[in-house]
Design a protein around this ligand. Structure first.
Ligand code: ADP
Ligand code: MG
Length: 354
């Protein structure tokens, strides 16, 4: 089990620490995603765990043992970066075998292990290929196989999919989860992409400007972002406060856990809405006027001026031909699974964060 307690990392000359009072726990076999914008300290976190960055305060332990003073190569962790950094002049098989060679694994055992790893990452038969002949996604699979070769007790993944194009990224995210599961690997996965975090991890921690904002299971974080900024980073499009928020919640069928949670927050509650939280429905309880309609591959997206609430995104089924005309009146229903009640006081109402 990996435990970070009150970890601080400060680069010389920097205005603020790159990591400040970060505490988290990673259970055996668990995949934890650390999600945050560029520059928030994700790579620094991985480097600190790997032993590549000294701590200014706090401690990192593995199974209760303090790792301070344990050099990187003695930690038994493996690192995988955005660019898998394969040896260009070695075959795929030799790349994967490299850490086994360093450990002086006998040739026969090495070959068997390479075959097993290539099968695990879906590249059976690729052993003799040169990395130059592979796609970006295939190269990252090889890098993953190499990282897993010596069965590290912890795998540290630094945005391993972010150099890939979108479709590939989505597929590889799902594959990555399956591969980590099958290998039973404990992993710390950092990313700036919430979809990736949801696709790969069991638990999630939000990092912002070197501080941990929130952590929990995917479901917990998803259902209750810590604040408006966290909601925005998790892909919520809008945050409503006050009367507009209350109006949307009042339309949910009773009993509603969301409405109760909002009521408990008294005057300072806020509600985050995903872009598809409102849907056009003939008998919907909210009324609005269409400002804009746009067909996307998945759905028809609308901007609607909702009575007593304000301008919000909404979706409608069907194609552009069925789309309500700009200026038309529509009725809308809110989907509670696409709303979240935020627990904190907001200084100022935040709207349309995107
Ligand atoms: P992320 O991986 O989330 O993009 P980093 O951990 O790379 O963030 O960086 C966190 C902060 O620390 C940034 O402000 C960055 O500029 C700074 N930083 C990173 N590495 C160094 C370094 N070697 N020296 C000084 N500052 C650094
Ligand atoms: Mg980084």
């Amino acid at each position: 089990m990996l435990v970070l307690s009150h970890v601080m990392v400060a680069y010389p000359g920097a205005e603020r620490p790159a990591l400040d009072d970060v505490s988290l726990t990673l259970q055996p076999g668990e995949v934890l995603a650390v999600l945050g914008p560029s520059g928030c300290g994700k790579s620094t976190l991985l480097r600190a765990v790997a032993g590549l960055e000294p701590l200014a305060a706090g401690a990192i332990t593995w199974d209760g043992r303090d790792l301070a003073g344990v050099p990187t190569y003695r930690r038994g962790f493996a690192l995988l970066f955005q660019d898998g950094q394969l040896f260009a002049h070695r075959t795929v098989g030799d790349n994967v075998a490299y850490p086994l060679r360093l450990r002086r694994t006998p040739r026969r055992a090495r070959r068997a292990r390479v075959a097993e790893l290539l099968e695990l990452v879906g590249l059976t038969g690729y052993a003799d290929r040169s990395p130059a002949t592979l796609s970006g996604g295939e190269r990252q699979r090889v890098a993953l196989a190499r990282a897993l070769a010596t069965s590290p007790r912890l795998l540290l993944l630094d945005e391993p999919l972010s150099a890939l194009d979108l479709t590939l990224r989505e597929r590889l995210a799902a594959d990555l989860r399956a591969i980590l599961r099958e290998a039973g690997t404990t992993a710390l996965f950092v990313t700036h992409d919430h979809e990736e975090a949801f696709a790969v991890a069991d638990r999630m921690a939000l990092l912002r400007a070197g501080r941990l904002v929130q952590q929990g299971t995917l479901d917990e974080v998803w259902r209750q972002p810590a604040d408006a900024e966290a909601a925005a980073f998790l892909g919520y499009a809008t945050v409503l406060t006050g009367e507009p928020a209350a109006r949307v919640l009042a339309t949910l069928p009773a009993p509603s856990a969301l409405a109760d949670a909002f009521g408990a927050g008294a005057d300072d509650g806020a509600v985050a809405l995903r872009r598809s939280a409102l849907r056009v429905a003939a008998d919907g309880p909210l009324r609005g006027r269409v400002l804009e309609a746009r067909l996307t591959p998945e759905t028809l997206r609308l901007r609607v001026d909702v009575e007593g609430v304000g301008v919000l995104d909404a979706v409608a089924s069907g194609g552009l031909a069925d789309a309500p005309a700009v200026g038309a009146s529509v009725r809308l229903v809110a989907d509670p699974s696409r709303l979240a009640v935020l627990p904190v006081t907001l200084e100022t109402p935040v709207e349309s964060l995107d």
